[in-house]
Design a protein around this ligand. Sequence first.
Ligand code: FES
Length: 119
Amino acid sequence: MSETDRIPAAQLPPGEVGRAGKWAVGNRDGEYFAVSRRCRHQLADLSGGSLDADGCLVCPWHQAKYDVRTGEMVEGPRGLLGYHGPTPGYTQFVRAYAKVLKLRVKRALRRGDDVVVAD
Ligand code: FES
């Protein structure tokens, strides 16, 4: 673990997502998680994403959704490049390859005033 793989816990109230080094970390109903930051679609920074009502991490660019427990993309993107909207066949294609190229998943733990990404 590097010193940069941490974030003040005060920046991660329930429902928030932030950045700890190369990890997107978040607070899913009181449980912290850490996943690799680059979306499997077009590499958006997932630390700028959000959590939906089901606790999935939503990409800030085209709203692909990830299960933060497994790193699997559970819903494909809604658009590509600068376009935001329906892309039916393309969405399924991206989701298919993202099943193989999952996000990396690490544990995130509270240590003192910080949340740290554990090995
Ligand atoms: S870059 Fe994440 S859904 Fe497109």
